[in-house]
Design a protein around this ligand. Structure first.
Ligand code: FMN
Length: 188
């Protein structure tokens, strides 16, 4: 299995990216935008990309280095996941702008027909966000909103986080038992 580029951009919900990095470990190449660095520290108790890389084994790339492996068309990269995905990064991708390693890796994923998973978070969405999501979805990106379901009766914040991360892992074709799968027998 090839590597997964995991981008943490500056939308709220950095914890989703953290959980994904914990599970993917060495299979992940981690790219954190400048704003992602801010939300990561703010929402995750001072966590830095360097600490996250150290703790999970995910290789940290420099977001300023658009020539890094994560943005290579010939490298064995399976997928790019932008989690969470800010409205700003969403807009760049919808416009074809690859001005840093995060956006460039995602644009390369589109041109190479690699899997591109976007996990947007904003509330409410502006029409431009919705149009950009529709555009990117039409081009093959998988849009998984950072909105957990409640039908598994979550008890903790970890349950909510794992709900979203499990859907991402499913689309990365990674076996996981983070959440109970719906059987159809739950509602009498
Ligand atoms: C604490 C904090 C929370 C934010 N939450 C969101 C959010 O949920 N969604 C969003 O699109 N932008 C959010 N932003 C704004 C983005 O960080 C900002 O638009 C930035 O330019 C995104 O850059 P990036 O896409 O390169 O990471 C937040 C910023 C801060 C400081």
């Amino acid at each position: 299995m090839g590597e997964v580029v995991l981008v943490i951009s500056g939308a709220s919900g950095a914890i989703y990216g953290v959980r994904l990095a914990q599970i993917l470990g060495k299979d992940a190449r981690l790219v954190v935008t400048d704003s992602g660095r801010i939300t990561l520290a703010h929402e995750c108790n001072g966590l830095t990309p360097e600490m996250l890389s150290e703790q999970t084994g995910a290789l940290l790339e420099n977001n300023d280095n658009v020539g890094a492996k994560s943005a290579s068309g010939s490298a064995t990269i399976d997928a790019v996941v932008v989690c969470p995905c800010s409205g700003s990064t969403l807009g760049k991708l919808a416009a074809g702008i690859g001005d840093n390693l995060a956006t460039r890796s995602a644009i390369v994923a589109m041109k190479e027909r690699r899997k591109l998973i976007l996990v947007p978070r904003e509330a409410p969405y502006a029409t431009v966000h919705l149009e950009n999501m529709a555009k990117l979805s039409g081009w093959g990106a998988i849009v998984i909103p950072a909105s957990p379901g409640f039908y598994n009766l979550p008890k903790t914040m970890d349950d909510l986080i794992d709900f979203v991360v499990a859907r991402i892992l499913d689309h990365l074709n990674r076996d996981n038992d983070l959440t109970k799968r719906w059987t159809g027998d739950e509602i009498p």
